[in-house]
Every structure is written in structure tokens, then in C-alpha cells.
Design a protein around this ligand. Structure first.
Ligand SMILES: *[C@@H]1O[C@H](CO)[C@@H](O)[C@H](O)[C@H]1NC(C)=O
Ligand SMILES: *[C@@H]1O[C@H](CO)[C@@H](O)[C@H](O)[C@H]1NC(C)=O
Ligand SMILES: *[C@@H]1O[C@H](CO)[C@@H](O)[C@H](O)[C@H]1NC(C)=O
Ligand SMILES: *[C@@H]1O[C@H](CO)[C@@H](O)[C@H](O)[C@H]1NC(C)=O
Ligand SMILES: *[C@@H]1O[C@H](CO)[C@@H](O)[C@H](O)[C@H]1NC(C)=O
Ligand SMILES: *[C@@H]1O[C@H](CO)[C@@H](O)[C@H](O)[C@H]1NC(C)=O
Ligand SMILES: *[C@@H]1O[C@H](CO)[C@@H](O)[C@H](O)[C@H]1NC(C)=O
Length: 528
């Protein structure tokens, strides 16, 4: 079953037989290890519609809560005031309450309409609860807070992707208690799963937080997970609300039962608190990943094949990277005309080298540009003062994993807006039914970029997807992909009409670097 999801034979013409054999053996090995308890082809499931007052009008809140508690990814759809459908497509941080569930979502920019960013774009932080409560807070780029604390009641539709064989049964590998003792598994098994490419999610039984780990570091004795997509909030009656001046949270959880949040206070631009608590955590692994390619520090193949990885990326598959004892999913994938693949990773914060459970006093974003040539670049931006940054590079071996879920190329459109493959309606139907959406854009004589949609906006018969975790890169003949001299974000909103709205902002200052439209060949992929 796992083997079928990636049609190895189709790309086999380019793959030396030896690699096909190795890949087949590898797939067979993975199948034998996971297939007894695991199915990677389960579709996203519509589990709840709730009205503005929080009454379930379809499905049940209990099913949603149970799935989230078991580590399943959660997706929410709302119809916004413009009459468009807003789909939060990221792996959401969720709070499971007594009867309800609330999600936090940070990856949005203010828009003028369904496919155009506002010229003075702001980040939008959203919280939505099954009680019908929705809250939105805006923040101008560059350490300058503007509060637009919108509170409304919304109808919402909720989707989950069950991970296990049975509905609402996740692949829990370990429970860790506040006193450091463990049950139902061991740290070595968890560490091995991560080093074999698994994604991790924890359920904090004390706070009720479902918590996807954006980065994981491990030793045989300790697994440490990070997430930096949280916001400070609190309970109000039966639901949660963002604090009136929310703090951005950088969180760490360890298998020793320790949890620490560092608060970045946006209003005063200070780092205010390091809360150390201990808690009970259930650790869930998503084993629907397999090795596609690994290479040494000079980019020489070590296992799998680069063509196999390329074929998977071209079909829309997600990619996770394991480097030493660090693992994280790629945000952007750049497929170069010279045949190399580069991943850009923006969801990490530097931890102490001597102690991965601790952040240093200065909190730094750590952005990585990792290439199959073995050449890797690292950029550290102090969150309090991001206008200057530190850069370094090295050469390292990397293992590239692809997800084994079924991805389907459903639609392509050219620069003129003409359909060149598949059907727009199929893409829109899949998105409306909860599918995960990815897309690639391609300019003639240029590299292709494959991205995950952070938000999907459906306007009747058209659809747009934004990519917020994206940096402006340029290609250096000697050094491959690099950040531009004056680093910037490239926020993009790509639509099924074949155009892209691009808004660039300097990292760390409120300085626009242009807002313009492109036209490109765009391919759309869905995991239904
Ligand atoms: C949908 O897009 C069309 C074409 O751009 C536009 O005319 C229409 O107003 C949009 N509808 C909504 C609800 O945004
Ligand atoms: C946004 O900026 C573009 C280019 O600078 C300009 O053409 C457009 O009119 C502006 N839009 C608004 C709503 O101000
Ligand atoms: C944000 O910027 C505006 C305009 O540059 C300025 O008036 C305001 O004081 C700034 N606010 C903060 C909190 O820095
Ligand atoms: C640690 O906590 C768990 C759960 O509360 C409990 O079952 C266990 O006995 C405790 N172990 C020790 C050594 O205190
Ligand atoms: C948090 O806990 C860790 C491990 O128990 C300890 O080393 C660290 O000093 C604590 N940090 C703070 C700020 O209390
Ligand atoms: C794994 O992590 C530990 C703790 O950060 C570190 O000391 C060790 O060198 C790492 N091992 C590898 C292979 O990167
Ligand atoms: C990748 O880049 C390297 C060095 O930049 C180059 O020598 C090589 O031909 C490129 N292509 C492949 C498939 O490795």
C-alpha cells in the first residue's frame, strides 16, 4: 500500500536499477514494520460543522476532540465576511477543552480581496473555537504592534486526518509524566522513529494542548520537541481567547516531562518569561514517511536516489530532513535546472548547543537553506533586533524523507490562465472536502518552487493559496541558493487564474520591498 502511493515505475526510466531495488527493499521494510497497525492512505474526514452559537449541526465535537487528543492533524474551514471560504491549511496548534476545541493559527496576511494582499500587509493571528468564537489580532511587520482585536461568532467546518488504523486511534509511542517516569514505550523507540523520518505531535494532558513539533532534537536518552507558532491566551467561560496584547511563544517539551515557554512580548519588544513547568505528555509519531535519498557532506549519494526524491517532489509529496540528530519539515523546495534540490526551513529557533532543552538569553530565528549538494547555510536573526543577522555555512550529509500519503496532481494552469492539465473543479472540490493542498510555480529558464499552502481561499470557481513561510532567495553560481544581501520575506498568494500576488518585506523592519503580480505556470497537488 505504501509502495503504491509513489509510482516508482513511472520515474523508473531515469533511476538506475540498483536504486529501484534498494528503494523497493526499503519500502518493503517500512511496509512490514508499519502496515500491521498503520494505513497512510486514509482521507481527511469531515467530523463536525458547528453553528455560530457552537451547536453541532453535523458530526460531533467528541469525535473531533478524540482525534486531536490522539495527535491527528486538525483543519478548519470558515466562510469569511467577503463570502469566500477560508481554509486554515497548516498543522494547527489546538487546545482540547472539556467539551470544545480551539485552534491557533498564525500564518496569515491581511488581504484586500481573495487573491491580493494589502499594500501595508500585516500578520494576522487567528483563534477559532467550536463554541463559535473567533478572534483575530493584527501585527505590523517590524516590531510595531497595531492591535485590531476583532471578535466575531462564526460557523465552522472541522476536518481531521486519522493517523492510525481505527478512527481516533493515533500511533502513541510513549507517555511521559511530570516526575520524569515513562509508560507505554521508551525514549529509544521514539528517537528511532524520528531518525527514520517520522513527524511528532504531543498531547499535553495537563493543559489540553495538541502540539505539533516543528523541530525535534534527540539523543538515545532524551527527545526534545520545539514549536514557535503559539500565542499567549487564556480561558474565558467555555473557550479560549488571545490575550489583549498576546505574546509570541517559543515552546520546548522534553521526554523528561519538562515544558518551557519563552514569551516574546510584541508590544514592548522584550523577552519576558521563561516558564518552567512539568507535565504529562503523550507522544505520537506519524510514520507515514520513507527515506528517498541520503547523501554525504559532499553531496555523494549514500542511500536511495536523487531521481526518486525528485519524482516524489514533482508529485507534490512533503519532505522532511534529518541532519545529525535534528529533524524538521521543509517549508519551500527549490528544484534547480541543474538537477539539485534545495530545502528552505524557517520553523526553528536556536537552542543552546550544550543543552537542547534550553533557549539562550537572546532568542534567534534559525533559517536553514539545505541542498542535496551537501552545502548548507544557516541564518540567525535575533527576534528583538532582526535587522542585523549572523550567517554561517557548512557541508553535511542529509537524509531526505518523503511522506507516503497519496498525493495527486490535479490541475495545472499556464501564464495565460489556460488549463494545461486536469481540472480546476477537482482541485476546488478536494480543498472544500478537507484535502491538504500544495503547489509549485515554474518560470521559464528558472528554478521551480514547491510550497505548502498555509491558507487556502476559495472564491466560487477560483482558488488562491498563500505561502507565508518563505524567504527571498537568489542563485549564486558558486554557492547555489542564498539569501539576498538585504534579507526579505517573499509572501505569495497564488491563484488558479495563473497569477501570483507577491509582497516582499525586509526581515525585521517595516520596510516594503515591493508588491507586484507575476504570472507563472502553476501545478496544484492534493492529499485527499
Ligand atoms: C471572486 O472573484 C471574482 C473575479 O476576480 C470577483 O469578481 C468576485 O467579486 C470574487 N468574489 C468574492 C466573493 O470575492
Ligand atoms: C498598492 O500598490 C500598488 C503598486 O505600488 C498600486 O498600484 C496600488 O494602487 C496600491 N493599492 C492600493 C489599494 O493602495
Ligand atoms: C509604530 O510606528 C508608528 C509609525 O511609524 C509610530 O507612530 C508608533 O509609535 C510605532 N509604535 C510602536 C509601538 O513602536
Ligand atoms: C510518577 O507519576 C506517575 C503519574 O502520576 C505515577 O504513576 C508514578 O508512580 C510516579 N513515579 C514516581 C517514581 O514517583
Ligand atoms: C528550567 O528547568 C531546567 C531543567 O530542569 C533548568 O536547567 C533551568 O535552569 C530552568 N530554567 C529556568 C529559567 O528556571
Ligand atoms: C545529538 O545531540 C546532542 C545534544 O545536543 C549532541 O551533544 C550530539 O553531538 C548530537 N549528536 C549528533 C550526531 O549530532
Ligand atoms: C548540482 O550542483 C553541483 C555543484 O553546484 C553540480 O556539480 C552538479 O552538476 C549539480 N547537479 C547534480 C545533479 O548534482
Amino acid at each position: 500500500m505504501v509502495a503504491n502511493t509513489l509510482e516508482v515505475k513511472k520515474s523508473g526510466l531515469q533511476i538506475p536499477v540498483m536504486w529501484v531495488v534498494i528503494a523497493t527493499v526499503l519500502v518493503a521494510f517500512i511496509v512490514s514494520e508499519v502496515s500491521s497497525s498503520y494505513i497512510c492512505s486514509r482521507p481527511w474526514r469531515h467530523v463536525l460543522d458547528q453553528d455560530q452559537s457552537g451547536n453541532a449541526v453535523y458530526g460531533s465535537k467528541a469525535a473531533l476532540r478524540r482525534a486531536a487528543m490522539e495527535g491527528a492533524p486538525v483543519r478548519v474551514h470558515i466562510d469569511d465576511f467577503r463570502g469566500t471560504r477560508l481554509i486554515l491549511n497548516e498543522d494547527l496548534l489546538a487546545f482540547i477543552l472539556q467539551e470544545d476545541i480551539c485552534i491557533e493559527s498564525l500564518k496569515h496576511l491581511q488581504r484586500d480581496d481573495w487573491h491580493t494582499f494589502n499594500n501595508d500587509s500585516r500578520w494576522q493571528f487567528i483563534q477559532i473555537c467550536t463554541t463559535g468564537n473567533m478572534q483575530m489580532f493584527q501585527w505590523q511587520f517590524g516590531n510595531n504592534v497595531t492591535s485590531a482585536d476583532v471578535r466575531i461568532n462564526v460557523r465552522a467546518s472541522w476536518y481531521v486526518q486519522y493517523n492510525g488504523c481505527k478512527d481516533g486511534e493515533g500511533n502513541m509511542l510513549l507517555t511521559t509524566f511530570a516526575n520524569g517516569t515513562k509508560a507505554g514505550g521508551d525514549v529509544q523507540t521514539l528517537a528511532r522513529a524520528v531518525s527514520d523520518g517520522a513527524g511528532l505531535t504531543a498531547y499535553d494532558a495537563f493543559t489540553g494542548k495538541r502540539w505539533p513539533m516543528t523541530g525535534v532534537v534527540w539523543t538515545p536518552e532524551l527527545v526534545v520537541g520545539y514549536n514557535q507558532w503559539g500565542f499567549s491566551d487564556h480561558m474565558v467561560g467555555n473557550h479560549r481567547e488571545l490575550d489583549s496584547w498576546p505574546n509570541w511563544l517559543f515552546s520546548v517539551y522534553t521526554t523528561d516531562g519538562v515544558h518551557q515557554d519563552v514569551h516574546w512580548k510584541l508590544r514592548s519588544n522584550t523577552i519576558i518569561a521563561h516558564h518552567n513547568t512539568t507535565t504529562t505528555l503523550k507522544w505520537f509519531a506519524d510514520p507515514c514517511w520513507q527515506l528517498a535519498y541520503s547523501h554525504d557532506s559532499n553531496g555523494n549519494a549514500f542511500d536511495g536516489s536523487l531521481d526518486y526524491l525528485k519524482a516524489a517532489v514533482a508529485k507534490g509529496h512533503r519532505v522532511r530532513l534529518v541532519m545529525g540528530n535534528f529533524s524538521s519539515e521543509a517549508d519551500d523546495l527549490l528544484v534547480d535546472t541543474d538537477g539539485n534540490i534545495t530545502a528552505v526551513l524557517t520553523s526553528d529557533v536556536r537552542h543552546r548547543r550544550s543543552d537542547p532543552t534550553q533557549f539562550p538569553t537572546n532568542i534567534n530565528w534559525l533559517f536553514r537553506i539545505i541542498s542535496t549538494t551537501g552545502r548548507n547555510k544557516y541564518h540567525l536573526f535575533d527576534v528583538l533586533n532582526p535587522t542585523t543577522h549572523l550567517a554561517y555555512h557548512d557541508n553535511r550529509g542529509v537524509s531526505w524523507f518523503i511522506d507516503t500519503r497519496p498525493w495527486k496532481h490535479v490541475f495545472s494552469v499556464d501564464e495565460n490562465g489556460a488549463t494545461t492539465y486536469g481540472s480546476k473543479a477537482e482541485l476546488i472540490n478536494a480543498a472544500r472536502n478537507g484535502a491538504d493542498v500544495r503547489f509549485s510555480w515554474n518560470f521559464a529558464n528558472f528554478w521551480s518552487t514547491i510550497q505548502k499552502a498555509d491558507t487556502v481561499i476559495v472564491n466560487g470557481t477560483e482558488l488562491a493559496a498563500d505561502a507565508i513561510r518563505s524567504l527571498l532567495v537568489t542563485k549564486d553560481i558558486q554557492d547555489g541558493f542564498i539569501l539576498t544581501h538585504n534579507p526579505a520575506w517573499t509572501f505569495s498568494l497564488t491563484s488558479t487564474t495563473g497569477d501570483m500576488d507577491v509582497s516582499r518585506w525586509s526581515i525585521g523592519t517595516h520596510e516594503s520591498r515591493g508588491h507586484f503580480r507575476h504570472r507563472a505556470n502553476v501545478h496544484w497537488f492534493v492529499n485527499v
